[in-house]
Design a protein around this ligand. Structure first.
Ligand code: ACO
Length: 167
C-alpha cells in the first residue's frame, strides 16, 4: 500500500514548520509511521501495547474515515526518518454555542531524548492552529499538575477539574 496521510497539509501551520529546528518536519500522521516509531513515542505517556502493523492500520484507517474529527500530527527527525513528537486534536460537535465545535487536545508526547527542544510547544501550537482553522470556539485538555507550567507556556489557563471513572 502506498503512503497515506491522515489529512490535507493545508491544516499544518507554516509558522510552526518554520520555527522547527533544521531537519525536522511537521506532518499529518501517515500510514507508514508505524515503521517510524510513532507508537514508541507514545510510550512516554502510558502503556501502548505491542501493535502489529495490521493493528496500527486498523486504527489509522478508522481515523482516516473520520478525518473531519481526528487530527493526529507528528514531528519527524528526517535525518533519521523517525517520529520524535506527536499529538492529537479531536473536534467535537455540540448543540450549545449554536452547533459549536470544541477541540480536545490529547496524547501529547515528545521522545525522552528530544524533550526540552520546544517540540512539545510546537505540537501544541500546530494543534491550536488546526482547532482555529476548523472553527472551534475553544480548545481544552486534561493534564497532570506537573505539566501545568508547560501548558501555561503554551497559552492555556486553568479552568475546570477533570473527573474520571475507570471501568
Ligand atoms: N514544568 C515546567 N516547565 C516545563 C515543563 C514542566 N514539566 N515541561 C516543559 N516546560 C517548559 C519548558 O521549559 C519551556 O519553557 P521556556 O519556553 O521558558 O523555555 C516550555 O515549557 C516549552 O517546553 P518544550 O521544550 O516544548 O517541552 P517538551 O518538548 O519537553 O514537551 C512535554 C513537554 C510534552 C510535557 C514532554 O515533556 C513529554 O512528552 N512528557 C511526557 C508525556 C506527557 O506528560 N505528555 C503530556 C500529557 S497531557 C496531554 O496529552 C493532554
Amino acid at each position: 500500500m502506498s503512503e497515506v496521510s491522515l489529512f490535507e497539509s493545508s491544516l499544518l501551520s507554516p509558522e510552526v514548520q518554520a520555527a522547527l529546528p533544521a531537519g525536522y518536519t511537521l506532518r499529518a500522521l501517515r500510514s507508514s509511521d508505524y515503521e517510524r516509531g510513532f507508537l514508541k513515542v507514545l510510550e512516554v505517556l502510558t502503556e501502548v501495547g505491542n501493535h502489529t502493523k495490521e493493528q496500527y492500520l486498523e486504527q489509522f484507517n478508522y481515523l482516516l474515515n473520520h478525518n473531519d474529527q481526528y487530527y493526529t500530527i507528528t514531528i519527524t527527525d528526517d535525518s533519521k526518518n523517525v517520529v520524535v513528537a506527536a499529538g492529537t486534536i479531536l473536534v467535537e460537535r455540540k448543540f450549545v454555542h449554536k452547533n459549536g465545535l470544541v477541540g480536545h487536545i490529547e496524547d501529547i508526547a515528545v521522545d525522552k531524548n528530544q524533550q526540552g527542544k520546544k517540540l512539545g510547544l510546537r505540537i501544541i501550537q500546530a494543534l491550536k492552529f488546526i482547532g482555529a482553522q476548523r472553527g472551534c470556539y475553544k480548545v481544552i485538555l486534561d493534564c497532570s499538575e506537573k505539566n501545568i507550567p508547560f501548558y501555561e507556556k503554551c497559552g492555556f489557563k486553568h479552568k475546570e477539574y477533570e473527573m474520571a471513572w475507570y471501568v
